[in-house]
Each structure stands twice: as structure tokens, then as C-alpha cells.
Ligand binder design. Structure first.
Ligand code: GCV
Length: 724
């Protein structure tokens, strides 16, 4: 009996631990744990003494719900809602139009300056009594304002003299799910898709609601549910009914649903013989499809399209071009206010031009030719979500076409959800880059928010890292990348430093002794991964298919530009891709000032050196080291940085529950092992060309090159089952 009890205990123990861990992680940054600071808690109790909330609408009701969930947890007290706006209310949450005259007067200026999604949180004095007003022009502004207000309490901010008027700077703030209908997720590392197509439309998983809450809390207002490598079936009535059910949930959080539209859908599900965008029947098919969708989902966002890219069908299959294809769909969606988001991630197997140049070459001539409800979505860099890329030359070059920024939140090339990498640092670097298209200060952020060329429709998309893992994102710190993406889509001028701090406070702790070291760890983590994977501008040296581990030696794939050797071009003389006028001349696609900087080895930031130059192994770096030694030392530095991250995390133990500590500690250990794998595999391989010893300070390789080359991962997560 005793033995049986022990056995049972042993079996159940890990589950108990898992449960505790998952419950903590599941809450994301919406963890409303009690405010420990007693002065602040007393202030907050005063502020929430009597609350009036408009709730005569489903979105407003969600705002009230959130307060009802959060405040008792934060403050340990039941709420008192009043049903009348009274001078004695300490917290008034209402649409501007419903505010009494005296309150309108005190909020008018800020509300007038806000957009339809903006909000105001303001402490004011009325008849000698101070109170806080959360107001907005529209319901969604109230929901955003309430989430911000709760965040301020979560992060222990003084609310006594608060005055925050904030509106999003970008219109479409969107997640792109690369989720397949069989629930696998392309490049997904957090389990299966959240969308349970089999149980939809009748079964509404609680997760859909929590997903929507999390998104609304950071201002994400759009979601493309399905993979850009699209399946036409999602446009059939059976699936549209399921999509409608999701849209009904998301609408109440201000989130619009988009679908990926497979270009050949008229053939595959419409029984037509062609998908030619100039064919009358095809055009009618898309119009009818749009009508059918809007009958179900009146606020449907539109279509996201990957066409003529990596085997996806598109207008070029019929001798037409991207404008023909995009405008055909745009015409169908236009009567209902829908948009087409057309991706610019194109490169052709029939074109031997440097892959980094192809999208710009293809799209530049189309500038000004798209309908006004077409946006072109461009990846942050010209190749493919590498740990570091220079900004995409299309940003700033197209003046009349709204460009949507596409970031990848899921870590396809950054260690999946195993490595801790804080991506807002990468996003910020891109957004701050200066295109010089209208003189100094023409940053990518200004292109994206439309201010550089006065675009009226703007967008930012993030390829989601969310799955049905208990903690949503696989790695607890990967939650910060979802959070940070949302914050930057709201305001592309925020600093990654502030975002990290906001996230730490809301997720883990408000103690400075925890915040400062952990923030430092997060902010360094991006440079660490660049150092141990691809320093000095190296890129795309990943092993085939899975894009996880190193594979700089790969040279046997069907197309030259799928092979790492195409990108690093290491030989006995040196290493790097010459993209200056003596090479592929990709630099000519940038404004003169930028091209000059990239062309000149004295001016180019060293971080981009080998992206643009092929340089001898003995080339002298800024720190006086030869290129070979400097490169080797940077690989080592990446490893050292992960070791430092481990030390930091270890020293934070006292702030964490055991499970919180353990999960990250285990992941960091894997990260260290794999940082060494990257360092050793790359250096051993490049050493064959450099023919030089490893400099002092670089540790001896852990294995032979043959060993690293022999590693295969046929079942790595996220790989597409077939390229159809
Ligand atoms: C969805 C890269 C990825 C593919 C992805 C593609 C894209 O090539 O490896 O999985 O396909 O980008 O962005 O369309």
C-alpha cells in the first residue's frame, strides 16, 4: 500500500509541477497579482472607490469584465460599480459623448486630438475632488484605455497626476498565423495551432477569448488566421462558418479577421478552368466569394496573399503581374471596405540576380499602380528574417504604395522557442534605420506609419509565435516578443528598453533588483544570437529545411539561393557577399547616402560588413584584429554572452518560483550547448578556407566538423510537410 502511494506520488509529482508552471505562464503579461507596495495599493484603492463604466456595448462590456477580473486580484477588494456618472465617482470610464459637461471640458482637447482607437487616462479635479477619467471617441479606445490603466497598476505607477493621451500610429496591427488546416504550424515552435477547426464553429475554446484579450491589451487589431502557403479550402462554406465563429469572438476585442487567399482557389474550389486575373469568370468568382464572406463577417479584414513565391500560384502563371492579381482581389473587397495585403517576398528560380535584389526590382515599377485598398507587405530585410539584415531597400523607395512591415515573431532563424532572444531589439534597429529617401531622418518607422509620404492606410504584421503550448509561445521569454511586437505596431518609436521593462513588470516582478539585471539580459540576447550564429553580416548559413542549426557547408540544394555557400562565399582569399558595384550592386537599390555608406568599408557599420563585402581573411577590423581572428572572437563572445545570461538568471532565483526558475534555466543550458555548436561548426568549416589557427581566447571545438555535418533533424518542428 505504502509502495503504491509512493508510486502514485511519483507519477503525479511532475504533473503538479507542470500545472503550477503552466498556470503562471498561461496568464502572459495579464498576471494581476496583488500590488505589494502598500502606499500605492492605498492610492489605487482610493481611485477605485466608486467606479462608473459605460457598458452598453459588447466591447465596453469586455472592458468592464477585465476590470472585474483584475482589480479584486490587484487590490484584494470587491468592486463597487455605480450606474450613474456622479461627481463623487472616483473613476469614470465612459465614451466622450457620454461624459457630463464639466468632464467634457477637461478632456476635450486630448480627445479631439485622438484617433478613433485612441484613449485618454487623466486625473482631474472636480469640485475639490480628484478623480480619474478614462475616455475615448469610440468603444475600442475605452478597452485599450482600460488595459493601459490596469498595466499601470500592475507595474506600480503613480496615478495621482496621470495624464496619458495615446493613439496608435499604425492602422493595421496584425498577427500572421502560418497555421495549416490540419493544425500544424509552419515555422511554429509552440505546439499546434490554436484554431481547433474540427470543433469549430460550435465549440468556443476559452483560449480564443484569452488570445483576444492578450492582443487587445497591446493594441493588436487584426489576425490572419491561416498560412500564407494557403489552402483554398478555408474559403469554402464549411470553413467560413468556422471563421465566422472566431470573428464573432474577436470582434468584441476590436480584432478583425483576415484570411490567406490561394490564388488558384477559383480552380480548386470553384470548378473554373483558370485563375487568370483578367478572366471575366474569375473576377466574378472573387466578387461572389467576397459577398459570401461579408454576409457572414461584415467586418472581415480582407485577404493576405503570397503569390508567385516559393511555388505558390499567382498571376504570373497566366502571364499577368502582381498588380493584375492584387487589384482583381481589391476590386472584389472594395465595396465592403476590405483590404488586400499582397506580399513582396518573391524571388524566382529562373532569375540568377542576387536574391536580395529581386523583390525591389520586381515591385518598384508597380509603385502607384495598385488600388487604394492594396498594401504591399515587405519583410524587414531583403533575404529572410535572419538574425541581422540591413533594412529592405523597398522601404522608402515606393512612394505611392503603402508598405506593411513584416516582422517574424516566431524564431525560425533564431533558435526556435528554445533560445532566449528578445526581438524588439531587432525590430527597433530596423525601424530606426534611416532610408535617406527624403533626406536625413527618413526612417523606416516613418515609412511604415505613413508620415514620410502621407499614406493614409498603414500596417505592421508579425508572424505569430503562438501555439497551443500551455505557455502559448514555447519559451516563457518568447511571450515578450509577442508583447513587444504589439507595442511597436502601436507605436514604432518606442524603445526596446522600455518595452522590456514594461513586460518584466507585468510578467515577473516590480523589484528593481530583478528588473535591471533581467532587462540587461534581454537586451543583450539579440546581439548574443547574432554573435554565435552569424556575426559581421554573415547570413543564411543554416542547415537545410529546419533552419535551426548551422549548415554553412550546404551546397547541394535545387536552387543556388537556397544554399548557404551562395551567401557566405568563403574561399581561400576571404569571405562575404560582394553587393557593391564590383559585385551584385545591390547597394544601388538604396538612397545614395545609404549606398555610399554600405559601399565603403570605412563607413559601413561592421555589423553589416560581410553582407555587402567579400573581404580577405587578413582584412583589419576596427578593433585591430584580422577578419579571421575578429570573426572567431565574435563567435566566442556569443557563447560568453549566453554564459552571462545563465549567471544572471541564477542570481534571480530568490525572486522566482521554483518552476519559473527551472524552465528558463533548462532552456538557457540548451542555448549554451547550441551556441557552442554554432561556434564550433562554423569556425571549423570556415577554417578550411582561412587556413589560420583559432586566436587565443576562443575555446577548443567540442567536436569535429564531420560530426557536425552528420547531424540530421528530420522531425524538427515547423517544417512544411510538402512544398505543394
Ligand atoms: C511561409 C521562408 C520560410 C517559409 C515561409 C516563407 C514565407 O522561406 O522558410 O516557411 O513560408 O519564408 O515567408 O513565405
Amino acid at each position: 500500500m505504502k509502495f503504491l502511494r509512493l508510486l502514485l506520488l511519483l507519477i503525479l509529482l511532475p504533473y503538479g509541477q507542470l500545472k503550477a508552471q503552466s498556470l503562471e505562464d498561461y496568464k502572459l503579461w495579464l498576471d494581476y497579482s496583488p500590488v505589494q507596495n502598500t502606499d500605492l495599493a492605498a492610492d489605487y484603492l482610493k481611485i477605485t472607490r466608486s467606479i462608473y463604466v459605460d457598458d452598453a456595448d459588447p466591447i465596453l462590456a469586455k472592458a468592464k469584465n477585465e476590470l472585474t477580473t483584475a482589480l479584486p486580484q490587484l487590490l484584494g477588494k470587491k468592486l463597487v460599480f455605480t450606474n450613474q456618472i456622479l461627481p463623487e465617482n472616483s473613476l469614470v470610464i465612459a465614451l466622450y459623448e457620454n461624459l457630463p459637461k464639466e468632464l467634457k471640458e477637461q478632456t476635450k482637447a486630448e480627445i479631439e486630438n485622438s484617433t478613433d482607437e485612441g484613449f485618454l487616462i487623466k486625473s482631474i479635479d472636480l469640485k475639490g475632488k480628484s478623480k480619474i477619467i478614462i475616455s475615448a471617441k469610440k468603444e475600442i479606445g475605452i478597452l485599450y484605455g482600460v488595459f493601459r490603466f490596469l498595466h499601470l497598476m500592475q507595474s506600480h505607477q503613480d496615478l495621482n497626476a496621470i495624464s496619458i493621451a495615446d493613439s496608435p500610429k499604425i492602422d493595421i496591427r496584425m498577427l500572421n498565423h502560418w497555421d495549416n488546416l490540419d493544425r500544424t504550424v509552419e515555422r511554429g515552435y509552440a505546439g499546434f495551432s490554436l484554431w481547433n477547426w474540427q470543433k469549430l464553429p460550435d465549440y468556443i475554446d476559452e483560449r480564443y477569448i484569452d488570445y483576444a484579450r492578450a492582443n487587445a491589451s497591446i493594441g493588436i487589431n487584426a489576425t490572419a488566421l491561416t498560412n500564407v502557403n494557403a489552402n483554398a479550402l478555408v474559403l469554402t462554406p464549411m470553413y467560413l462558418e468556422k471563421v465566422e465563429a472566431l470573428a464573432n469572438v474577436f470582434r468584441n476585442y476590436g480584432i478583425k479577421v483576415y484570411l490567406t487567399a490561394r490564388f488558384s482557389a477559383p480552380i480548386e474550389i470553384g470548378n473554373l478552368k483558370t485563375a487568370d486575373p483578367l478572366d471575366r469568370e474569375v473576377r466574378k468568382w472573387w466578387k461572389d466569394k467576397a459577398k459570401e464572406i461579408y454576409a457572414r463577417i461584415p467586418d472581415f479584414g480582407g485577404f493576405l496573399v503570397k503569390a508567385n513565391s516559393e511555388g505558390q500560384p499567382g498571376p504570373q502563371n497566366y502571364g499577368r503581374n502582381h498588380v493584375d492579381g492584387a487589384n482583381m482581389m481589391a476590386e472584389a473587397l472594395k465595396p465592403y471596405g476590405g483590404n488586400v495585403i499582397w506580399r513582396a517576398f518573391v524571388y524566382s528560380e529562373h532569375d540568377d540576380t542576387d536574391r536580395a535584389k529581386q523583390a525591389y526590382d520586381e515591385f518598384l515599377p508597380y509603385d502607384g499602380k495598385f488600388m487604394d485598398n492594396v498594401l504591399v507587405q515587405v519583410k524587414n530585410g531583403p533575404i529572410d528574417f535572419q538574425p541581422r539584415e540591413p533594412f529592405h531597400p523597398m522601404f522608402g523607395a515606393l512612394e505611392k504604395t503603402p508598405l506593411v512591415m513584416e516582422f517574424q515573431i516566431t524564431q525560425e532563424y533564431l533558435g526556435f522557442s528554445t533560445h532566449l532572444v528578445f526581438l524588439p531589439k531587432l525590430f527597433e534597429e530596423v525601424l530606426d534605420s534611416d532610408t535617406y529617401r527624403k533626406g536625413k531622418g527618413s526612417t523606416v518607422a516613418k515609412v511604415i506609419d505613413g508620415s514620410l509620404y502621407g499614406n493614409t492606410l498603414t500596417g505592421m504584421a508579425g508572424v505569430s509565435n503562438i501555439g497551443n503550448d500551455l505557455n502559448w509561445t514555447g519559451h516563457p521569454f518568447a511571450q515578450a516578443n509577442w508583447y513587444g511586437f504589439g507595442r511597436l505596431a502601436w507605436d514604432p518609436y518606442l524603445s526596446s528598453d522600455n518595452i522590456a521593462e514594461e513586460w518584466i513588470r507585468a510578467t515577473y516582478s516590480n523589484d528593481e533588483n530583478f528588473i535591471q539585471p533581467v532587462k540587461k539580459m534581454m537586451l543583450t540576447s539579440r546581439e548574443a544570437v547574432v554573435n554565435y550564429m552569424s556575426p559581421l553580416g554573415l547570413h543564411h548559413i543554416f542547415d537545410t529545411g529546419h533552419h535551426y542549426g548551422p549548415g554553412p557547408w550546404v551546397d547541394n540544394l535545387g536552387r543556388p539561393d537556397w544554399n548557404p555557400v551562395y551567401y557566405h562565399k568563403a574561399d581561400s582569399l576571404g569571405i562575404g557577399f560582394d553587393r557593391t558595384p564590383t559585385g551584385s550592386n545591390a547597394t544601388e537599390q538604396y538612397a545614395d547616402e545609404v549606398a555610399k555608406m554600405f559601399n565603403d568599408t570605412d563607413k559601413i557599420p561592421e555589423r553589416d560588413l560581410l553582407w555587402f563585402h567579400h573581404l580577405p581573411w587578413d582584412y583589419t577590423l576596427n578593433n585591430g584584429e584580422t577578419l579571421w581572428n575578429g570573426m572567431a572572437l565574435q563567435y566566442q563572445e556569443g557563447v560568453d554572452q549566453v554564459e552571462e545570461m545563465i549567471r544572471t538568471w541564477d542570481s534571480m532565483k530568490s525572486f522566482l518560483t521554483e518552476s519559473q526558475y527551472n524552465e528558463v534555466a533548462m532552456l538557457l543550458k540548451i542555448q549554451l550547448k547550441e551556441a557552442k555548436w554554432w561556434r564550433d561548426a562554423c569556425l571549423l568549416y570556415f577554417q578550411k578556407f582561412s587556413d589560420r589557427p583559432l586566436p587565443a581566447g576562443v575555446e577548443k571545438p567540442t567536436q569535429t566538423l564531420e560530426h557536425f555535418k552528420s547531424l540530421k533533424f528530420p522531425f524538427a518542428p515547423g517544417i512544411r510537410p510538402s512544398w505543394d
